[in-house]
Write a protein of this length. Sequence first.
Length: 454
Amino acid sequence: MKKRFAVILAAGQGTRMKSTLYKVLHPILGRPMIQHVISALKPLQLDSLITVAGHGSEQVMEEVGKESKFVIQEEQLGTAHAVMQAEQLLKNKDGITLVVCGDTPLISTETYRKLFEHHELTNAKATILTTTMEDPTGYGRIVRNENGDVARIVEHKDATEEEKEITEVNTGTYCFDNKALFAALKRVNNDNAQQEYYLPDVIEILKAEGETISAYVTKDAEETVGINDRVALAHAANILKKRINEAHLRNGVTIMDPDHTYIGPEVQLERDVTIYPGSMILGNSFIAEGATIGPHSEIEDSTIGKHTVIRQSVVINSRIGNNTNVGPFAHIRPESDVGENVRIGNFVEVKKSSIEDESKVSHLSYIGDAKIGRNVNVGCGSITVNFDGNGKHETVVEDDTFIGCNSNLIAPVTVKRGSFIAAGSTITEDVPEDTLAIARTRQTNKDGYFKKEK
């Protein structure tokens, strides 16, 4: 097999997006669109991946990180000019170069693989990824000769009425013989209304030299959608959402309302997971067998255990164990670790804390920077007071402890095993094992006080 290279064109800021964010960084189901492109290319085991970024696009380079090499297109002078920026990394190399736009996030790995294979099979110098559309308005048409070979690409505005009837269109994704590509790029001119250097001109140059030009037709026109504005972005998100949800449904997941359920491409769901409407599961999340999510829950970069229920709650970058109940209206913030058979009730916030098996924080509490042991009961309205105005401090509550309602645990503090905190206490010192701690002023009643005042 020949060496394979890929060039992602990601230099355009995307003025039609009307955003300060670079176009290829706009997210689709929680992932920037350029990451969708890279994820589809990864399984191909490319010998080199190069991203053409625009001047001032440090955010793009930061997002892609170590997954790609970079070249900079200082001026936006067209697609051919953008590919030319990769010459320093690819010139004189034998192999096949795939050129793909960073704003086409729905093309699958399988389509890329078949495009490469078709290119090699036909021994072509250039292969165009094409598709057929019922309404090809605006797209360049693929004109074939009597043998079925590609004769030329004609843009919609330049097409005759007969050519406009052609439904096979150019998607803007190509495979090239690498050496032939960069030799032809040197001959592309900008003799056009926009005074830009266009990559499709390479096809015309190679065709004029008598080289073989082929086309691979993908049957799924939806995956070739390019994103130029927010309307197209929303359309692509809906396509991807449907693709992902249908795959999970076929694998044994119950999604009550697929139209109103949003699952990211990296999410793993085991069988018999049930997802209710209005839920979003994004990032590197894993939901174990039999868990129930929603309605209206948000899970991101988190692990949810078997038969656990998350109702109308948010879980971010945390782990929830088996047979645990969270919500409604709970917030599990990053770096939290909740054990098995735990109850996290309504209006409870947990931040950077661990709560071990069989414990309960049933309602209206804040647990921050804390270690809560096994079989602990945290009463309503209890707070771990973790911030002193300068730094965060840790609260430790050991096993088999009872925290009465409306208690304040002023960190740093440790409540030892088997202790009992009386309701309404403010604990500022460590509590020994098996101890009742009462930290409140004794009640005093002033008989007739208000009657006298009146």
